[in-house]
Design a binder for this molecule. Structure first.
Ligand code: 5RP
Length: 228
């Protein structure tokens, strides 16, 4: 029987390789975070080492390390918008809305995604869902009085759980906390209501931001939306 993990990794890599075809020389590319984004960055490093001229903005310290170690110049300032940003997702619905943030980079990921003319998701087919909300919504909150913020999230019908890693509260690259929150159903209105809570810095619901998703599976690679 084929190794299921190896197959999933091959699918992630296939999606990332298709996304590499979208990179235009001389542009600034937004680099996502996570295992699928890592394949895209690996491929971009190979192209840069072969002479492609691109610079990048990064969505996490982990991505910065990978990009810089491979020779990609990382910029911190952006004058105008990005041509392209490529990132993974935890869930993708048929309208290319997505849920992100299992890696804890959602705040920077959303800034980069919304600053891009083309925000393209790369994923293996296990990420496709009929409706977002299969898993919890990661919510980045300020540590200051985070329990009060958590109560406000509960009043919206959520069940927030402080993300713990290695026995300690997980800290994002911005030194904030994550509340992984189950809601029965999620929608655009919920996303707006979360933004109205003081102490909520960002949430992992990306409605209407991605232009396309490249999804790879056992039957090949398909495109949802428009890549151009
Ligand atoms: C990190 C993210 C990731 O893009 C998302 O969790 C998908 O990761 P992977 O490609 O490893 O499944 O949102 O904050």
């Amino acid at each position: 029987m084929p190794n299921a993990n190896a197959e999933v990794e091959a699918h992630k890599q296939a999606a990332a390789e298709r996304a590499l075809e979208l990179v235009r020389p001389g542009t600034i590319v937004g680099l996502g975070t996570g295992s699928t984004a890592r394949y895209f960055i690996d491929g971009l490093i190979q192209r840069v080492q072969a002479g492609l001229s691109v610079r990048a903005v990064v969505t996490s310290l982990e991505t910065r390390r990978q990009a810089e170690a491979g020779g990609i110049e990382v910029v911190e300032q952006l004058d105008g918008s990005l041509d392209l940003a490529v990132d993974g997702a935890d869930e993708i619905d048929p309208a290319i809305n997505c849920l992100k943030g299992r890696g804890g980079a959602l705040l920077r990921e959303k800034i980069v995604a919304t600053a891009s003319r083309r925000f393209v998701l790369v994923a293996d087919e296990s990420k496709l869902v009929g409706r977002l909300g299969r898993g919890p919504v990661p919510i980045e909150v300020l540590p200051f009085l985070w329990q009060a913020t958590s109560h406000a999230i509960e009043s919206l019908g959520g069940r927030p759980e402080l993300r713990i890693v290695a026995g300690r509260p997980f800290r994002t690259d911005n030194q904030n906390l994550i509340l992984d929150t189950n809601f029965g159903t999620v929608d655009l209105a919920l996303g707006l209501a979360l933004h109205a809570i003081p102490g909520v810095l960002e949430h992992g619901l990306f409605f209407g931001i991605a232009r396309a998703a490249i999804v790879a599976g056992a039957s090949g690679t398909r495109i949802l939306g428009e890549l151009g």
